[in-house]
Design a protein around this ligand. Structure first.
Ligand code: ADP
Ligand code: MG
Length: 452
């Protein structure tokens, strides 16, 4: 992003006004207290407004949501201004012009809130809907009755609503994939295929993510037509200020160490990642027993419970949330100071998404990973992928005693079986388990026990 003639406005000097947004959106942005576009916004907003496909890669917490929300709202406002001629006949359902897909219900909701805030100052009222599994489909069907200009959805519930004739994708001009690499991976393959088949052939694609594995990149390229590629992952302004730490500790001592850190590090709040839903419940329970305000967050909980936990966490009423990778993507908790990897994630990309829950939007944060003899090799892989080396520490009273791996190492594939320290024997996720989780996270497929 250096060189004299790049087309991107200088993010330091350019305000939102220079990006081609109308007065309504400018005012909304102003009322949100945002004065300067982030690098991904400065690059993606004009490119999306120009109508072409965009593939944008930018760090966690760098403002990707508004980078797609603002241009799609502007396009809808422009279409409305062009008048009813471009709309369906009187009495007809308002066509959905933009569809935003997100991999989890919570992320869909968060994007919906961004649309609500960003559209607050628009002249003509904009209709938007946010739909996801795990809650009654009836209210969502009612909500969509008059049509919605923008729909934010998890793929499973979207398809359910289409099956119920509550929604048509015939008029969609722009498709957004937030956390694009997650939506393009195996867990969503079938649902995404079905959605794509229902969209008009001529449409704009906007893909956003903080990571893009090479296999997924190939898929993205198939979907896109001559895209504007934006990669500001290395932009100085957007690199999150995450202080990474790796603490060596025996598997059995991890939860006591976690408790110790919570008590001694002065973390106002902490998001703890573990490998399984069962481990979430166990770790949360152990913390609660010691008087720590903690709760579990995973795909087996009801949507009401998931919502309550997240709300309480965002409101500061909970100090600790213990989560699976369900919480790794996209979730924004204002000024979250710390993330702990009690168990390491399977993929290095997931590690980046997890730690990216802290140090968002200009804040700093700390990310602690617990390493031991069994997952040391996997952590090295994570370090290598991020191009860094995190010094190993030990905490007095919790020193690691076990120096050789307990598991038969040669049979282990670090990519599919990273740490083997889920902590809970026999609870490691199978492929089927993972698919189920992906389906539940996406919301509303037949395999999701909480859907509809
Ligand atoms: P990402 O999707 O890249 O992880 P988000 O879109 O969730 O990041 O944004 C993270 C936070 O940054 C949000 O609280 C958002 O309101 C804030 N934010 C977005 N754009 C700006 C901006 N231009 N200036 C300051 N803060 C911003
Ligand atoms: Mg995001």
């Amino acid at each position: 992003m250096s060189g004299p003639d790049h087309a991107v406005p200088d993010p330091v000097s350019a305000g939102f006004a220079e990006l081609g947004l109308g007065p309504g959106l400018q005012q909304s942005v102003d009322e949100l207290g945002l004065s300067t576009p982030t690098p991904v916004q400065a690059a993606a907003i004009p490119a999306a407004l120009a109508g072409g496909d965009v593939l944008a890669l930018a760090q966690t917490g760098s403002g990707k949501t508004l980078a797609f929300v603002l241009p799609i709202l502007q396009q809808i406002e422009d279409a409305h201004r062009r008048g009813p001629a471009s709309r369906a006949g009187a009495g007809a359902r308002r066509p959905t012009r933009a569809l935003v897909l997100a991999p989890t219900r919570e992320l869909a909701l968060q994007i919906g809130e961004a649309i609500r805030d960003a559209s607050a100052c628009l002249n003509a009222p904009l209709r938007w809907g946010c739909v996801f599994g795990g809650v009654s489909i009836n209210a969502q069907m009612m909500g969509l009755r008059g049509g919605a200009d923008v729909v934010v959805a998890t793929p499973g519930r979207l398809l359910d609503l289409i099956d119920h004739n509550a929604l048509s994708l015939d008029g969609v001009q722009t498709l957004v994939l937030d956390e694009a690499d997650r939506l393009l991976d195996k867990g969503f393959e079938d649902e995404l295929k079905r959605v794509l088949a229902l969209l008009p052939a001529r449409r704009q694609h906007l893909l956003f993510s903080a990571t893009l594995a090479p296999e997924v990149e190939a898929l993205a390229e198939q979907l896109l037509h001559d895209p504007t590629r934006i990669d500001v992952r290395a932009e100085a302004v957007s690199v999150p200020d995450i202080h990474q730490r790796a603490i060596q500790v025996d598997a059995a001592q991890r939860t006591p160490l976690l408790r110790h850190l919570i008590q001694t590090e002065g973390w106002r709040q902490v998001l703890v990642f573990v490998a399984t839903r069962h481990a979430c419940d166990m770790v949360a329970l152990k913390l609660q027993r010691h008087g720590i305000r903690a709760a579990a967050f995973h795909a087996d909980a009801s949507q009401t419970a998931r919502r309550e936990v997240l709300q309480a966490f965002k409101a500061g009423e909970l100090q600790v949330v213990v989560a699976t990778d369900l919480a790794a993507r996209g979730l924004h908790v204002e000024a979250l100071p710390a993330v702990v990897n009690h168990d390491l994630p399977r993929s290095p990309d997931d590690h980046l998404h997890r730690i990216g829950r802290t140090a968002r939007a200009g804040h700093s944060g700390v990310a602690v990973s617990f390493v031991n003899a069994d997952n040391e090799a996997h952590f090295r892989l994570i370090e290598k992928r991020q191009g860094l080396r995190v010094p190993r520490e030990q905490v007095p009273g919790f020193e690691m005693k076990q120096t050789a791996p307990t598991k038969p190492q040669p049979l282990r594939n670090p990519l599919t079986d990273p740490d083997g320290t889920g902590g809970i024997k026999g609870k490691r996720k199978s492929k089927k388990d993972k698919l189920r989780e992906a389906a539940a996270a996406g919301g509303g497929t037949g395999s999701d026990p909480h859907a509809a």
